[in-house]
Design a protein. Structure first.
Length: 329
């Protein structure tokens, strides 16, 4: 019997209409377009403005678009995994809500939280359900309403994040295309540098936690930056080496979009031509679990069957990883 690989067979993205520019941010906090562009590389980000819209709404838009584009009926989906750090509620899973909103009835669904590595971890997890032959059509959606946990009075974090969602369809492939290899790692010591202080079982919500702004993102930028550069580059280089690839063999690096300087450092360690790196941080900022599928969606027209792609991420946990894919269409 031929080996079954899990291959991405469709991709779709969804972004809110509202554009929050550096100019607007510089009226809210003491910052400048020049600082944000030089230190992070972001010009603008998209924000879900309507207070009645949540992560599941932007996630559903991406999944709905994916189903339509790939001519797939919701009934055919076996499993949906939603990667997110901004679920609609603590429970039930946002994946359950998205499935309900788009009419997916014959599937099981659950959320996966791995910080900014959520999409990479979810794709890795989903691929195993396909490779065993047990499931035929799996959706992975990375969806975030980061604006719901960003403190727009804190200049060190508010320029970074944006809202959005990206979804992919995963199906069996017996031609050798699809996911070839993966390296996933985590180290919980990193939690001190990047977390949300309150709202979990450690510190449930109270008047005090709200007053102390403990429901917003807490980040110590510099240690996170250092870890991100070294760990993202380590796994990207390692996956190349163990698959006997040089930079010439790689068509695209699809990096998590946290900081343009991190992306450039990773590409440089891989000795990769900058033209082979997908970068959309300038327009959308860091959409956490959505950055990588949004890149795939934007660059889809330039991808060719057989292209070697390296997906690479780093995020809260700390979590990091890379996946090597042979593009299937
Ligand atoms: O996706 C999840 C993983 N997250 C990441 O990968 C993020 C990694 N970290 C980073 O990208 C960067 O550390 C940041 C973008 C968060 C910060 O950049 P930095 O170059 O590390 O700046 P810094 O925090 O060391 O701050 C340098 C200076 C400080 O001023 P002083 O103390 O030197 O006077 C900050 O107060 O820049 C100041 N600063 C700002 N100035 C203008 C911090 N934020 C701003 C701002 N505008 N928005």
């Amino acid at each position: 019997m031929k080996k079954i690989n899990a291959a991405i067979t469709g991709v779709y993205g969804a972004l809110p209409e509202y554009v929050l520019t550096n100019e607007e941010l510089s009226k809210m906090v003491d910052t400048t377009d020049e600082w944000i562009m030089t230190r992070i590389g972001i010009k603008e980000r998209r924000i879900l403005k309507d207070p009645n819209t949540a992560t599941s709404d932007i996630g559903s838009e991406a999944v709905m678009g994916l189903l339509k584009k790939t001519n797939t009926s919701p009934d055919e989906i076996d499993l949906l995994i939603c990667a997110t750090v901004t679920p609609d509620m603590q429970f039930p899973a946002t994946a359950n809500i998205i499935s309900d909103k788009v009419g997916i009835k014959n599937a099981f669904s659950y959320d996966l939280n791995a910080g900014c590595s959520g999409f990479v971890y979810a794709l890795a997890t989903a691929s195993k359900f396909i490779e065993t032959g047990a499931y035929k059509k799996v959706i992975v959606v990375g969806a975030e309403k980061m604006s719901s946990i960003v403190d727009y009075t804190n200049r060190s974090t508010c320029p970074i994040f944006g809202d959005g969602a990206g979804a992919i369809l995963l199906e069996p492939n017996t031609e050798g295309m699809g996911i070839q290899d993966m390296i996933l790692q985590s180290d919980g010591v990193g939690r001190i540098h990047l977390h949300q202080k309150a709202g979990g079982s450690l510190k449930p919500a109270s008047h005090e936690t709200v007053d102390a702004k403990e429901h917003f993102i807490y980040q110590e930028g510099q240690p996170v930056f250092k870890w991100a550069v070294s760990k993202m580059a380590d796994v990207s280089v390692e996956i190349m080496k163990r698959n006997n690839m040089t930079s010439d063999d790689i068509a695209w690096l699809v990096p998590h979009q946290a900081n343009l300087r991190i992306i450039e450092a990773v590409a440089s360690r891989m000795k990769l031509d900058p033209a082979k790196v997908m970068i959309n941080i300038r327009e959308f900022g860091n959409t956490t679990s959505a950055t990588i599928p949004l890149c795939l969606w934007q660059w889809e027209n330039q991808l060719k069957k057989g292209d070697n792609l390296i997906l690479s991420s780093f995020g809260a946990g700390f979590t990091w990883g890379s996946i090597y894919i042979k593009w299937a269409y």
